[in-house]
Design a protein around this ligand. Structure first.
Ligand SMILES: NC(=O)c1ccc[n+]([C@@H]2O[C@H](COP(=O)([O-])OP(=O)(O)OC[C@H]3O[C@@H](n4cnc5c(N)ncnc54)[C@H](O)[C@@H]3O)[C@@H](O)[C@H]2O)c1
Ligand SMILES: [Zn+2]
Ligand SMILES: [Zn+2]
Length: 346
């Protein structure tokens, strides 16, 4: 089969003919219908300092966001059969540790990430543990199935801070932030304030229904947020930027008693002033790592099936798998948002 392979511990990847994966007893083989690029793939492609320390062992097939059709199942797989339509969950739980046995397998103590610690899905076929192949309705188009994974992270954050009826700020309008805006809108948020430093991204936030789209490099986000909330501050903010400055600033316009969901991964530690930022505010902060397995998936499926989420503006490009280099360039420059690759096209 054809696959995009990270060959060596340095920048780049190549399109190669490789063997179709052999299945273990608890694996399934999925014929990939659509696969999406994400910032993590860019890190691996560019072999960033994060990638160098993420436990990746080239040569390895890249990619982790996908949907497709089950082509074969391992001997011990009972819940899936060839022909089933599935999307990929990236978090591979061990099934044995404390978290796995207590309903939190998405933060398993021995967590492995599909496409980071294993071969991935930038290929005609992908091998994945059956537990990570989630059946979705055939009415959902493959490119939407391929973004269930990042969408679920954003939905989970929106659920965690209970956006209904609240004034919400979303920091960072990359795919995850934009998904959080779409979810917040669908879930009945009052005002949504979106921030980003890239104008194209702010434009997308407007298309998704943000009430204010602010560029912190050009305007005072704290003033604007206080003004929009009659001097009170936002009820909640979700960070999907990983920007140290933006996260610190968020605590300045978070109201007393407010809640925060942190998704973005800062590249360095953040210094907060615990008294005013958290303690006297009684702020609640929750870290979000992926999706609950599998309640978030069920909620996503329900919302998409019902047509509650407007995701079209977020999917910016569709191209054959062979054009992966162009796809990486698009997300690197911010010209593309969610780029979908199709392995059946060459
Ligand atoms: N916690 C998780 O489970 C999880 C999963 C996937 C991704 N992530 C992280 O979430 C973040 C968002 O992911 P993405 O795929 O949307 O990434 P992305 O890089 O496409 O989006 C980040 C956005 O933040 C913007 N930004 C940068 N500085 C800013 C600032 N000062 N103020 C406002 N916006 C700013 C960027 O212009 C960009 O549009 C990344 O940090 C990623 O590593 C976390
Ligand atoms: Zn991803
Ligand atoms: Zn575990």
């Amino acid at each position: 089969m054809i696959a995009v392979v990270k060959q060596e511990r340095r920048v780049g990847a190549k399109l190669e003919e490789v063997k179709t994966p052999e299945l273990g007893s608890e694996d399934v083989l999925v014929k990939v219908k659509a696969t999406a690029l994400c910032g993590t793939d860019l890190h691996i492609y560019e072999w960033s300092p994060w990638a160098q320390n993420a436990g990746i062992h080239p040569p390895q097939i890249m990619g982790h966001e996908f949907s497709g059709e089950i082509a074969a199942v391992g001997n011990a797989v009972v819940n899936l059969t060839p022909g089933d339509y599935v999307a990929g969950e990236t978090h591979i739980p061990c099934g044995k540790c404390y978290q796995c046995r207590n309903g939190q397998q998405h933060i398993c103590g021995n967590l492995k990430l599909f496409g980071v610690h294993t071969d991935g899905c930038f290929a005609e076929y992908a091998k994945i543990p059956a537990i990570c192949a989630v059946k979705i309705p055939t009415t959902i188009p493959p490119e939407i199935g391929a973004v269930f994974e990042p969408l679920g992270t954003a939905l989970r954050a929106s659920l965690a801070v209970k956006v209904a009826g609240k004034n919400v700020a979303v920091i960072g309008c990359g795919p995850i932030g934009l998904f959080a805006i779409a979810c917040s809108r669908a879930m009945g948020a009052a005002n949504i304030i979106a921030t980003d430093v890239v104008n194209e991204r702010l434009q997308l936030s407007k298309e998704l229904g943000a009430d204010a789209s602010l560029n912190p490099a050009k305007e005072d986000v704290v003033d604007a947020a206080l003004e929009m909330t009659r001097g009170v501050g936002v009820d909640v903010f979700m960070d999907a930027s990983g920007s140290v400055a933006a996260i610190k600033q968020g605590f300045q316009y978070l109201r007393k008693g407010g809640e925060v969901a942190l998704i973005g991964l800062p590249s360095e530690p953040i210094e907060l002033n615990l008294g005013p930022d958290i303690i006297f505010k009684e702020a609640k902060i929750i870290g979000i790592h992926g999706r609950e397995m599998f309640s978030t998936w069920t909620q996503m499926e329900n919302m998409i099936d019902k047509g509650l989420l407007n995701l079209d503006p977020i999917i910016s490009h569709r191209m054959p798998l062979s054009e992966f280099e162009k796809a990486f360039e698009l997300i690197k420059t911010g010209k593309g948002c969610k780029v979908i690759l199709d392995p059946s096209q060459t």
